[in-house]
Design a protein around this ligand. Sequence first.
Ligand SMILES: Cc1cc2nc3c(=O)[nH]c(=O)nc-3n(C[C@H](O)[C@H](O)[C@H](O)COP(=O)(O)OP(=O)(O)OC[C@H]3O[C@@H](n4cnc5c(N)ncnc54)[C@H](O)[C@@H]3O)c2cc1C
Length: 410
Amino acid sequence: MPLYDVLIIGAGPSGLFTAVKAAEKIDCILILEKQPDPGHKLLLTGSSHCNFTNIRPVLEFPRAYGDHGSFLKPALMNFSNLEAIEFFKQNGIEPMVIEENGKVFPKSLKAGDILNTLLALCEKRRVSILFRQKANRARRQPSGLFEVQTISGTYQSRRLVIATGGKSYPGTGSTGDGYSLAQSMGHSLVEPRPGLTPFFIRNFPLADLTGTSFKNLRVTLWRKSKKSKTLSGDLLITRQGLSGPVIHNLARYAVAGDKVTIAFVPFENHETFRNQWMADLDKSGKIKVRTWIRHYPLTLALTRKIMALADVNPDTFVAGLSRKKRLELLEYVSAFPLEIEALGDFNIAMITCGGVALDEINRKTMESRIVKGLYFVGEVMDIDGDSGGYALQAVWSTSALAASAIIRSF
Ligand SMILES: Cc1cc2nc3c(=O)[nH]c(=O)nc-3n(C[C@H](O)[C@H](O)[C@H](O)COP(=O)(O)OP(=O)(O)OC[C@H]3O[C@@H](n4cnc5c(N)ncnc54)[C@H](O)[C@@H]3O)c2cc1C
C-alpha cells in the first residue's frame, strides 16, 4: 500500500491550493478526486469569470462571514486578499478590480485560468491527482497513519486533509461527503443549509419586471413583525421572486414565511421621508400623478406597476389623490411589502451554510481538535461568506494556513 506524506480528499480550489502550498516543502502529496476532472465548481464561479477575492481592507473581511468571522481571522491575517492577488499575479493572472464593489477577477475573465494555474503548479511541484476516486471511508489507525478507501484502492498517509466542499450544486461533485467522513472520525456537524440563495416570493406581484436589476437598494427582513436585518446592494427581479447580491446576503438570515420590504428610493430616515413625501404632494395638486412621481428615481416600468398595484390612474391630478392613496403609494415606493414563500434549495444555492463544527477545529492551524493530523480546508467547514469573492478568499486563507501548519508538523 503506497504511503503519502499528505493525502487530500477533493480537487476543488481548497484541495488544489493546499497541495500547491504544502508542496513548497513536502514531496509526497496525493489528491483523490471523485469526478473525472478537477474544479468543476470553480469553473462556474462569478458566471465563469471567477470573482476570486475582494479588494476591501482585510481587517473588514471578518464581518463578511457573519458570526464566523472571528474563527477565520488568523487564516485571513496569515494569507490575506492582497496575498491572494499577489500569488496569482506572480503566476501569470493579472487582476482586475471592479471599483464599485471591490470584486476582483482575473483580467481574462476566465475562471479556467485560475484552475489551470493551480493545476500547472500541482504538476510542477509533482503533486499526484487521481480522478474517479471517491473517498468512501477514512480513519486514523492506531499507528497514527490515516487510511482512506475508495472503490478501487486503499491509500495511507501521515496527514489527511478534507477538502470536499459543501452540498450546493451537487452536480459539481460537492455532495456533502466530507460531512460523513468527518463524523466517522468523531466530528460534529452544524446542520448544512443552502446559502446565497434567491427568494421565491408568494404571489409575486413584480413578475412582469423579470430581468430588471436595481443598483444599491435597501432591503429589510421582518420576522413576526419585528425587523431582523437590513442590507443594501444590487437586486434582480426574477420570474418567481428576488435575486442578486443583496438578496443572496440576506438569505443567511431568512426563513420561509419572513416578510421583506424593499426601499426603491434612497432615504436616511423613514419618518422624515414620509413627511417630505406628504408635504411634496400637498404643494403639487395641479400636477398629474404620473409627472409628479418622476421626481423620484424610479424606472417607468416600476412606476406603472406601482400605480397599477395602488389602483391609481396616472392621469389623475395629485389634488385628487386621497390620503389613503398617498400613503399606499408611499409604502410601495419606500417599503414594498413581499413574503418569502421559500428559499432556493441546494441545487441553486451558491454556498452551504453549516458544515463541520468550528469549535472542534483549531483556527490557528485548521487541524482537528479531535484527531491529530487531520485538517479541514474550504467550504466543508461551517463557514459562509457574503457574495463578492469572500467564499474563495476563505478557501485561499484556510488552505494556506493548513499547508503551513502541515509543513511545520513534520
Ligand atoms: C454558481 C456558483 C458561483 C460561485 N461564484 C463564486 C464567486 O464568484 N466567488 C466566490 O468567492 N465564490 C463563489 N462560489 C462559491 C465557491 O465556488 C466555493 O466556495 C468554492 O468552490 C469552495 O471550494 P472547495 O474546494 O472548498 O469545495 P468545492 O469547490 O466544492 O470542491 C470540492 C471537491 O471535492 C470533491 N469531492 C467531494 N467529495 C469527495 C469524495 N468523497 N472523494 C473525492 N473527492 C470528493 C468534489 O468533486 C469537488 O471537486 C460560487 C459557487 C457557485 C455554485
